[in-house]
Structure formats: C-alpha cells, structure tokens
Write a protein that binds this ligand. Structure first.
Ligand code: GLY
Length: 330
C-alpha cells in the first residue's frame, strides 16, 4: 500500500469511535507493506522459478527491484543445464556461444543492453552496468566484451561438454537445417517485476536460436522487443522466435496497450492477435509468447498457439508458483 493510502486508511480507522486502541494498532500493522515492500515477480519457463525465488530473496535482503531482476536472471545464466541462456547455452553455427540481454528500469526510463557478447556468462549484469556506468544504452560484440572485461568480468568457455556434443551432432549431420532457409525453436528468460511503489522493471537474457548465423541478434536484447518498462503503464517481456517477434516490438506494444487502460492479460493477447492481423501465417508458424505486469502487480501471459505453450513462474505473497499461459489460437 502506498504511503498516502496508508495514511488515509489509518485516519479512517482512527475516526471509528468504537474501535479499541488495540484494534487500531492491528489495523495499522496490517496496512504496512511486508518487510521490503510487497513485490511481484513473473518469469518465463520452468527455469524462471528459481529466478523469481532468487529475485525475491535479493529484494527482501534490501536490494532494489533492478538488482532483484538482474540477480534473478543470473540464476539461469549460471545454470549449465539451461540450454537457451548464459553458460551452457547452445552455440551459433560455428560453435561459439553468443549472448544477448537487456534490462530496463521503468522509473528512470533507462535501458541497458549487451548484444552478441562472447565468453562472458552474465550478459544481463553487463547490460545493467551499461546503465550504471555509461551514458550509452547498448553495447555489442567486441566492444561489449571489452567493456565487460573492464568491469571485471572473467572470460570463460561458455560451451559445456553437452552443448558442444549437440553442436557437433548438428554440424556433422549432412542434412542439418540452417538459418539460410529454416527455423529452429527457442526459449528465453524474461523476468518482469513490480513493487509496492509502482516501480516496474523488465529483463531478458538469451543465447539466441541454436546454430544461428554468427552475429545474429534477435528480440531479447532489443529495447521494445525483449524488454520494455515504464512506471506509468507497466513492463513486458517476450520469448520465442525473435526473428519473427522483433518485427512487432512486442514488449513496447504491450506496455502501450496497458498505458491505454488494457489489463496485462488483455494486452498480451491483443499483441499476439495484432501479429496475426498483420501476417496471418504467424498464427501457426510463430513460436511466440509474452508476459506483462502493471504497476499494481497484476499480471498477464499468453502464447500464440498450442505448439508453443508457455509455462511461467510467479512470485507473490511469499511464495512462487508455476502456471500455464493462455493459448490465444489453440
Ligand atoms: N527470443 C530469443 C531469440 O530468438 O533469440
């Protein structure tokens, strides 16, 4: 509850002549935000659950909402078993892991992004430092790597034995699909959050489509596509085939719909419907899913079709839980 609301609440309670002092004390206590303030975290996929759990822990230990989203996303980035994010992410066609990430602070209306980053396992933290340490918004490739090194990040081989074996299997298959003609599938960590002050943040991190052409950057690290956040309206993120989704600036589109009064759920569904209105083939061919939160902590999640169902994690009121997003075109 915001402080002004709390004051009004307490004033009204005081005016209730019949209420005892003890009752008033209890009412005032109930009106206080929980320690660290009420907060809601929402993240894509099952690996989003440890991410939202850790984000909540960071927030309740005194971290900012931005800290919480960044550190939450570090969890799948650090997990070698998550094949679409950070360390252990599947590599490009030449066997190199290339990472993209962005984080946007809805209060300062400020984004930081690190694109096409090599040998650094936490692109979301590099993106955060682009906000905090530079006047730029996006760093890419070799420049992003050199910035990360200057910020103290240690380079490492991001391929695990498992991801290397999968790449070799693809590479040695004479009939393997490539992005000159075909598409593969993908998932990504998107994490959005709102606190009791109506502050919102959006973060997104990915290793991108496996076996992608070197240098390919898709939606996750792009402001307006993988992330968008504005305290006046809410925050959104996206997961799926970023080569398709970045054509629609999905996160910006959703936040704009929320600014016009749509609920997060209605905004998510309308965004996917807009894609289909624009290009009917996306209804069946687009692996696309989106999540959103408004400054009041209401959430939304939707996926395009039943061949790409999104499970998402929510942390609120002291616990996390998993849910299935609404399929707009079952
Ligand atoms: N959405 C992640 C990607 O396509 O790279």
């Amino acid at each position: 509850m915001k402080s002004m609301d709390r004051r009004r609440f307490i004033t009204a309670a005081t005016a209730t002549a019949a209420a005892s002092t003890l009752e008033l004390e209890n009412l005032a206590k109930a009106a206080q935000p929980e320690q660290g303030g009420t907060v809601v975290f929402l993240a894509t996929w099952s690996f989003g659950r440890p991410a939202v759990d850790h984000a909540a822990q960071v927030f309740h230990s005194g971290g900012s909402l931005l800290d919480a989203v960044e550190k939450g996303i570090n969890v799948p980035e650090n997990d070698p078993k998550v094949e679409s994010v950070g360390y252990g992410g599947l590599p490009n066609a030449e066997g190199e892991v290339e990472l993209d990430a962005a984080i946007m602070d809805g209060t300062r209306h400020r984004v930081g992004a690190a694109l096409n980053l090599h040998r650094i396992k936490n692109p979301i933290s590099v993106a955060r430092l682009v906000i905090e340490k530079t006047t730029h918004s996006t760093l890419a490739g070799e420049g992003a790597y050199r910035f990360a090194r200057e910020m103290g990040f240690t380079p490492m081989n991001l391929l695990t034995a498992e991801s290397r074996a999968k790449w070799l299997k693809w590479k040695n298959d004479p009939h393997h699909k490539t992005f000159w003609i075909d598409q593969q599938h993908h998932d990504t960590i998107g994490l959005v959050a709102a606190d009791s002050n109506g502050h919102v943040v959006s973060g997104c991190s990915t290793s991108g489509l496996e076996w992608k052409l070197p240098g390919r950057v898709a939606d996750s690290g792009l402001v307006g596509s993988g992330v968008y956040a504005d305290d006046n309206a809410g925050a959104a993120s996206a997961t799926g085939n970023g080569d398709i989704m970045q054509n629609y600036c999905t996160s910006f589109y959703i936040v704009m719909l929320m600014s016009m009064g749509r609920s997060p759920q209605a905004a998510c569904e309308e965004c996917l419907q807009h894609m289909v209105r624009t290009d009917a083939s996306t209804k069946t061919r687009a692996e696309a899913a989106v999540i959103a939160i408004n400054p009041q902590g209401e959430i939304g999640a939707a996926s395009m079709n039943s061949s790409f169902t999104l499970d998402y994690a929510v942390w609120r009121n002291g616990a996390s839980s998993m849910h299935r997003a609404k399929v707009v075109y079952p």
